[in-house]
Structure formats: C-alpha cells, structure tokens
Write a protein that binds this ligand. Sequence first.
Ligand code: FAD
Length: 513
Amino acid sequence: MSEQAREQAFTAGAATPATGAGEGARVDRTDFDVIIVGAGLSGIGVACQLQRDCPRKSVVILEARGAIGGTWDLFRYPGVRSDSDMHTLGYRFRPWRGEKAIADGPSILAYVEDTAREFGVDRNIRLRHKVQRACWSSADARWTLEVLGPEGEALTFTCNFLQMCSGYYAYDAGYMPGWPDMERFKGGIVHPQHWPADLDYAGKRVVVIGSGATAVTLVPAMAEKAAHVAMLQRSPTYIVSRPAKDAIANWLYAKLPERAAHVLARWKNILLQMYFYGLARRKPEAVKKGIIALAEAELGPGHDTRKHFTPRYNPWDQRVCLVPDGDLFKAIRAGKASIVTDEIERFTEAGLKLRSGEDVAADIIVTATGLVMRLMGGMALVVDGRSVDLGATMTYKGMMFSEVPNLASTFGYTNASWTLKADLTAEYVCRILNAMDRGGYAFCTPRNTDPAVTPDATPPLSSGYMQRAKDILPKQGSKRPWKLHQNYAKDMLALRFGAIDDGALTFTRRRPA
Ligand SMILES: Cc1cc2nc3c(=O)[nH]c(=O)nc-3n(C[C@H](O)[C@H](O)[C@H](O)COP(=O)(O)OP(=O)(O)OC[C@H]3O[C@@H](n4cnc5c(N)ncnc54)[C@H](O)[C@@H]3O)c2cc1C
C-alpha cells in the first residue's frame, strides 16, 4: 500500500476524537501540555505511557510523513526485519504476540499501528506536520513550534514540554559515499532507504555494497530470486546466527498467562544481551574467536573466514550483526551468494572494478552504505533567543540536554534493543511531569554545576555513521547523571526508582499570575 493510501486508511480509522489526553485530536487546537515529535516506535510508546501515567495532560504527536511507524514504514527492501528480538524491541507495556522473535518489517509496523489503535493514541496524531524550529521562552514556560503543514502552509504550535521522538537519521536520503564513474554503469543503482516497489531482480546479478545489518539482511533475501548476490565489503563485520523463533519464549507463552510470559521472555533476553555484551567487553579476544568459529561451523570448509569474517575491531565496538537461522551462511553454502572483501576503484559499464584488479559483473548494484545521522529531526532549537548547538551540550541521563529546559529526546540503546531505553525515557518523562505538577513548577533544566564533570566526545560506537556525526552528537559527562551506561539494569534502577531531584535537574516555579 502506498504512503498516501495508508494515510487515508489511517485517518479514516482514527476519526473519532478521544477524551482526556485525546483532546489533542481537535484539529483546530494548537496549544498542548506535551508535543511529541515523530510517530515511530518511540513516539507511539511515549504517547501510550503519557496516557497511562499523566492522563490529564493534553498531548499531540506531530509526524512529518503521511504514515506512522517511522523506520518500519520507510524501509521496504526485501527481507527487512529486526536484528534484535521483539520481546525487547517491543514495548514493556504490550507483549509481542508474534511467533518469530526476529520479526519482519511489516509485522513490526502492524505492531506499532495496533498499539496506537489499542491505546487510542492514533486519534492524537497529525500526519504531514513537519516541525522545523522550536523556540523556548522561559518567561512563558512554553515552546513555540514552527511547523510545515500538509499543504505546505506555515503552522504554529505551542506546548510546555517537548518530547522528541524523531529517530536518529535523515529520512530524505541515505549515506552515499560516491565512487568514480558511477554514471557509466548501465544497470540500476538502488539505495535501500528508497527501494523501488517494482524493482525486478529475478534472475539478475546483484552486488550489495556494504557489510552492516542492511547488507546481511538483503543478501539472503535477494538470493532467493536473483541469479547471484555478491556482498562487497571494504572490511568485515561480526555476524552471529540466532534462531528466528525463540523456543523458550514461545514455550512460556504456551504455558503461562500472557503477562507472566511477557515479563519472563523479556527479562531472559535482557539478561542474555547484557551477559554477552559484558563478556565481549571483558574478554574481546575469546569472544572474537568464538564468533569466527561459529561462522566457520556454519559455512563448512573452503571459505576464507579470516578474510571475510574477521573484523579489524573488537565485538561491540560496532553493532554485531545478527542473521536469523543462519540465512546468510545458508545462501553462501548454496552458492547463491558470496562475499567479496575489497575496495571499489571505480564503476564500469558492466559493474565494478576493484582495487585488486578484479571485475565484478552486475545488473543491479545496491548501495547499503548506511544512514546520514540527523538529530532532532533536523529541527532548529532556540532557547530564550539563543541558538542551541546540540554538539556543545552534555546529555543528561541520555535523554535531556544541559541548559535546554523541558525537552527530552528518545535515543535507544546501541548495544541492546532501542525500545528498552525508549520505554525508560518515556517512564522518566512521566515522572518528571508529575513531579513538576506536584511541586507547582513550570519547567526543569539540566544544569551541570560540578567542576569535576568533564565532557567526553567519544560516540557510543565506532561505526561510520557515528564517526561521521561526532561533531553534532551531544557529549556525555565523566560521571552520573551525565554519563551513559548503555546498561538496562542500571538505567532501570536510576530512572524508575532514583530521585528526580538529583541536584543536576533544576526546577523553576510558575510565575504568580
Ligand atoms: C533498517 C533498520 C533496522 C533496525 N533494526 C533495529 C533492531 O532490530 N533493533 C533495534 O534495537 N533497533 C533497530 N533499528 C534502530 C531503529 O531505528 C529503532 O529501533 C526504532 O525503530 C526507532 O524508532 P523511533 O520512533 O525512535 O525513530 P524512527 O523510527 O526513526 O521514527 C522517527 C519518526 O519521526 C518523524 N520525524 C523526524 N523528524 C521529524 C520532524 N522534524 N517533524 C515531524 N516528524 C519528524 C519521522 O518521520 C519518523 O516517523 C533499526 C534501524 C533501521 C534503519
């Protein structure tokens, strides 16, 4: 279904305004307690949690696109799927009922849409509303948002608290390094972020440039129909096979009430993720050997795993790629796919010329070369007349920014499922809003007054997209609450049970009328 058709279906289904938090649905209303920017997995999650924990707040979600779901609606390439399990990529407050824990994109999109409908937050979404600029006024304790409306008209919205759920990458275009002579190539060049719905690759020779999660997903999926798919990588990535179906989780769901099964399946996977990540950090050499030995076992003899499967970095310096049921290894074993580790010298009419001198013939070249990182959905941020350079701020508890009042931004884990941190962020924002109401405060601002805290500009991963963006990323501090843990258990204790008034979050009272 096209984005436009989905928009019509969605708008028809969400026609009835809700009450309470649903006041957001009245189309003429433009002033709210909370505005959420982005209706992806995170935006829908925050809206549901606000409805549960802050039912009296008026809330609206402004979404730039004509459909909800964000990532899971945008990416349409063959085989698109999660690379973490849905018991943790799904919400804490709504079980994942699918049989496969490593789920395909359309099922994840359906889960986001069903959640929005089930909780009634679909009625509070304004589609085709792109937020371009947000200006905070301390005198009014309000954000004023400049928004591009559905017809290209300039709209203004206001709110007390701004919750950014705009993801972390640019939606208009993916990262394209560019190579010499690209225009000479006679076949088709496709970027996974803009997959042509009618691309026919049956019986064709395909080259996928890249070695990240998207490349390892595309290669086995396209190999089902293509004549051959070659994955061309400059350097290898850690690749681990895992069953698509989580047998223990499915057993728990068959035997226990849904709620109990959900809690147990989720915690099993949280603890496993934490254990393997911790092991990789403590014993990188042993984990490296283990991952490569597993790849060797999956591929069988006759494959150069040292060349194609041994990265230059340690496990979890970059995200480890997961392949469900070893699908990539199976495609390679069957001769339907192969890996080439080399660099592109230039494009030719018939494919690619590599630095080694080898020619790779192709009918279609897919540039799975990654994303362009973009924070705050490209929105300009102004606080009391002063432009904010996010790269010069420090991140508070991984969700707010030093000297930026009443604004939180959802940024999930890079070493575990995104939603684990997204859910905790939503929970904490609800706690902050309720604490401000109880104390009669108008706004809160993270402020570092401790001279011992020093900013650290190291991004959480050494991946290309993070390195390219290191100047625009907010810094983390050398200690709490400015330091990122990337650890769910620690964050859960701090965000669910820790004191809101921690000395770094400063509260300002409402002015007397
Ligand atoms: C192909 C792919 C696979 C992934 N798989 C996994 C996985 O398996 N596990 C995992 O943990 N993570 C994964 N991720 C990371 C993934 O992005 C998150 O898991 C999650 O979907 C992000 O949700 P989000 O709602 O925060 O952001 P997004 O899904 O990016 O949604 C952001 C929304 O905000 C809207 N928006 C942006 N700017 C504006 C603006 N200025 N005004 C209005 N609206 C705006 C966008 O249109 C979009 O709808 C994957 C990412 C990609 C690209």
